[in-house]
Design a protein around this ligand. Structure first.
Ligand code: SF4
Length: 460
């Protein structure tokens, strides 16, 4: 499961062609009198199903015949000549995601409260979104048409939830039969066609851990370098996802997993020259261990899946501290602007962040207070910053100190300032006595280095 980032597509039905949503002034699209609401139906005789098709069919073509269904109902055939690099200036509707036909034991969609943001209930299983955004698919219901498209249009890499290479275990976890669970042929076809794969395992204690996990990692390692990496992330239970077949992930389980997997990692490091199988940050934090060093993560192949985010943050923080030291040394007459405020984050990351911020608090005039916000909305063992909701921030208001509050930007929808419980950012702001800023690391570093100058336009 991966939340779809853009709400409108969730509510749309699939129609033929792809709808234009915007036409840039002065562009070829404008010259051709294309308008929002028009649909591109074909390019050079090829059916267009979405904007990926349009890009694929038009890419590099200097002479095109484009069939358009105007919003008025007329059909136009446009003969177009353009320079190779000349853009059409068109924006298109988002892709309507295909949904899965699985019944995964741990599906996060089952763990949502009724009031959660609608997009959280979309069980997307779409190779296009996998290519575009790194969303995971299980490949259990990929159609022949989609498979051909992945290969023909080189939708690489693909992100595949494998969970276990033991078929019985995989079928059990996905809630489907063995035959559908078996994706070995599909993987083989993609690999033979040069498609790269990043795999994922959602680690469920007593189901796909221990020997099953070991086998899964080694089976996938046999497919390296076509399979580029494996992300092992822990099962997350909310108070609504309480299937008795699922066992919560404990600190002890995390320590055991680190011990077992680090042996495999070392072995594969020797054989493949890279870490290959990565444990999610959550596993290290829950175990009370430090995350591995920068070298462990290579080029951070699965950072969007929570693999190496803490290391990356810590390294950026170290670099920020060095910059500040240089700045102070070079210009002792202009000290850092005084900063007194609160930084809210999830209970999992709060102790790590507190350790970092203490270094900043040693500087005169700086007093940043870390507020560890409990996730009461989802409950269970949910403790990451990205799943905090407006209600959770509000419940922790009395711990706020200073002149401002920083919350993690990841708690907001990527394309809209709204939180997972549908509370809007401006509604949250209205209930705090001091300004709130939703920041990612670069903006946070900007605040620390330069105060809040020029930040208001960046913050949500
Ligand atoms: S049922 Fe499984 S594959 Fe489908 S959305 Fe849920 S977790 Fe993903």
């Amino acid at each position: 499961m991966y939340e779809f980032a853009v709400t409108p597509a969730v509510n749309q039905i699939r129609r033929r062609g792809v709808a234009i949503t915007d036409v840039a002034v002065g562009s070829i699209g404008a010259e051709l009198e294309l308008e929002p609401g028009d649909r591109i139906m074909r390019v050079n005789g090829h059916v267009v199903r979405d904007y990926l098709d349009f890009r694929f069919q038009s890419s590099g073509e200097t002479e095109l015949i484009v069939d358009v269904r105007k919003h008025t109902g007329e059909d136009w055939e446009l003969n177009i000549e353009r320079d190779e690099a000349e853009d059409f200036g068109l924006s298109f509707e988002q892709i309507v995601p295909r949904q899965c036909a699985n019944e995964c034991l741990f599906c996060f969609c089952k763990g949502n409260p009724e009031t959660a943001r609608p997009s959280l209930f979309v069980r997307d299983e779409d190779v296009r979104l996998s290519f575009l955004y790194g969303n995971y698919t299980t490949l259990t219901s990929i159609s022949e048409d989609e498979m051909r498209r992945v290969i023909e249009q080189r939708l690489s890499p693909q992100y595949v939830s494998v969970h276990a290479t033991d078929l019985d275990v995989r079928a059990y976890l996905l809630g489907i039969d063995r035959e559908r669970a078996d994706i070995s042929e599909k993987l083989r076809r993609m690999i033979d066609a040069g498609i790269e794969i990043h795999a994922q395992v959602v680690l469920c204690p007593k189901i796909n851990d221990g020997k099953i996990l070991r086998r899964t990692i080694y089976d996938l390692a046999k497919l390296h370098p076509h399979v580029r990496s494996v992300a092992i992330v822990p099962l997350g239970l909310t108070r609504y996802l309480n299937d008795p077949r699922l066992t919560p992930v404990t600190a002890e389980f995390c320590r055991q997993t680190i011990a077992e997997v680090s042996v495999i990692q070392r072995d594969l490091q020797t054989k493949l020259g890279k870490t290959f199988a990565f444990l999610g940050d959550e596993i290290y934090l829950k175990a009370g261990r430090n995350v591995p060093a920068r070298k462990h993560y290579g080029d951070y192949p699965q950072i969007e899946d929570g693999i190496g985010m803490v290391r990356s943050f810590a390294n950026q923080f170290d670099s920020l501290m060095r910059t500040l030291e240089r700045k102070e040394l070079s210009d002792a007459r202009s000290p850092l602007k005084p900063l007194r405020g609160s930084v809210m984050t999830g209970t999992l990351f709060a102790p790590v962040l507190r350790g970092m911020i203490e270094r900043l608090n040693e500087r005169p005039g700086t007093r940043l207070n870390i507020v560890a916000v409990t996730n009461d909305y989802f409950g269970g063992d949910v403790s990451v910053a990205g799943l905090l909701t407006g209600g959770d921030f509000l419940a922790a208001r009395d711990q706020v100190r200073g002149d401002f509050v920083i919350i993690p930007k990841v708690a907001l929808k990527s394309d809209e300032p709204v939180m997972l419980d549908c509370l809007r950012f401006d509604e949250l702001q209205a209930q705090f006595k001091v300004p709130i800023y939703a920041l990612d690391f670069p903006s946070f570093a900007n605040v620390i280095g330069n105060g809040f100058v020029n930040l208001l336009s960046e913050a949500a």
